[in-house]
Design a protein. Structure first.
Length: 111
């Protein structure tokens, strides 16, 4: 969940999720132009919440362990991407200045 959503839930607000395609169908009730307009969309969502609450999924606060696991997962993903970026950068530099070394080692990213 986004930090804003988590903060709202922590403060006691009821937060619901809706599929964007459902939002498009709700918007068709009011106008067939299909143009997105924030103020109109707010009214459409409020009306839909009043008339069709079953279409909205209430969100609940996630378990703190799950939140921590997601954060660790994001960190690991970021570090992996940075490792790949630095490996490619090192390969490029070696190719420019000392290409013979690239013949000795095939996988520069290996441990």
């Amino acid at each position: 969940m986004a930090p804003v959503v988590e903060t709202l839930i922590e403060r006691g607000f009821t937060v619901h999720a809706i599929n964007p395609k459902q939002m498009d169908r709700f918007r068709d009730r009011f106008t067939l132009a299909g143009a997105k307009d924030d103020s109109r969309d707010a009214g459409v969502m409020a009306s839909a919440m009043r008339t069709d609450p079953r279409c909205f999924r209430p969100l609940a606060a996630a378990d703190p362990v799950v939140i921590e696991l997601r954060e660790w997962s994001r960190i690991a993903e970021g570090l992996g991407a940075e490792r790949n970026r630095l490996t490619n950068r090192m390969r490029e530099q070696l190719w420019r200045y000392f290409p013979a070394l690239l013949e000795l080692e095939n996988d520069l990213g290996a441990e």
